[in-house]
Design a protein around this ligand. Structure first.
Ligand SMILES: C=C(O[C@@H]1C=C(C(=O)O)C=C[C@H]1O)C(=O)O
Length: 214
């Protein structure tokens, strides 16, 4: 995995070789047949005003938005499978990093740190995309037959990114606190069952959060 997660306190313990691939995807990238997501899972909230769900701590919005981004990556992979586009798109990467830096600047936050945060989201998303695309190539019967257009999915990612940078900035004090790593680990542990994250997505979520604590 790019960057590695082994030294992080919230990295999943001893990932097995290879990732468990989910089955055919439902509308939100969930295996078909799974129960529908909680109604509030993808609820839109205004940028910059994420609030922690009951029972969750101040890093909850950061972890939740990073996880939601990874669920969109399932649909990105499906769209790319249908068009033959590769997982990696360096031009789009640059646009995402520049947008994140711009959002941070507008908030008076460190643009370079925001770019690291977004770079980690990209690394995590491509981890998911590559694993899904490889699984579907090996077993085409499991590949999704439909996906939203990539432009639509990128607009969703843009929205999540601006909310993520705002939530990350709101949590600046908590990100600098000594207990940050443990708090982040606790959020990941509670988020995985809540959002139905499998091993691949839990591993990717840990990768996405690599630079959050400072
Ligand atoms: C999500 C995509 O796939 C990859 C991941 C990206 C991201 O996480 O923002 C951006 C470009 C690609 O390298 C995409 O192409 O939009």
């Amino acid at each position: 995995a790019p960057g590695g997660t082994a030294s992080r306190p919230f990295a999943p313990a001893a990932p097995s070789p290879g990732y468990a691939l989910p089955g055919p995807l439902g509308p939100l990238g969930r295996p078909a047949g799974d129960p529908p997501p909680p109604a509030d899972r993808a609820a839109a909230t205004p940028a910059g005003h994420e609030t922690a769900a009951p029972g969750h701590g101040p890093l909850d919005p950061v972890v939740r938005l990073a996880a939601q981004r990874l669920l969109v990556a399932d649909e990105v992979a499906a769209a790319k499978r249908l068009t033959g586009a590769p997982a990696d798109d360096p031009a789009r990467d640059r646009a995402v990093l520049a947008a994140g830096a711009g959002e941070a600047r507008a908030l008076g936050a460190d643009p370079a740190a925001a770019s690291r945060l977004l770079g980690d989201q990209i690394a995590a998303a491509t981890l998911v995309e590559r694993a899904l695309l490889a699984g579907w190539a090996a077993d085409p019967g499991r590949a999704p037959a439909v996906a939203p257009p990539l432009t639509t999915l990128r607009a969703t990612l843009d929205d999540l990114d601006s909310r993520l940078v705002a939530a990350w900035n709101d949590a600046a004090d908590h990100r600098a606190a000594p207990g940050c790593g443990a708090a982040l680990a606790a959020e990941v542990t509670s988020m995985a069952p809540e959002l139905g994250l499998d091993e691949l997505h839990s591993t990717a979520l840990a990768r996405a959060l690599a630079s959050v604590c400072r």
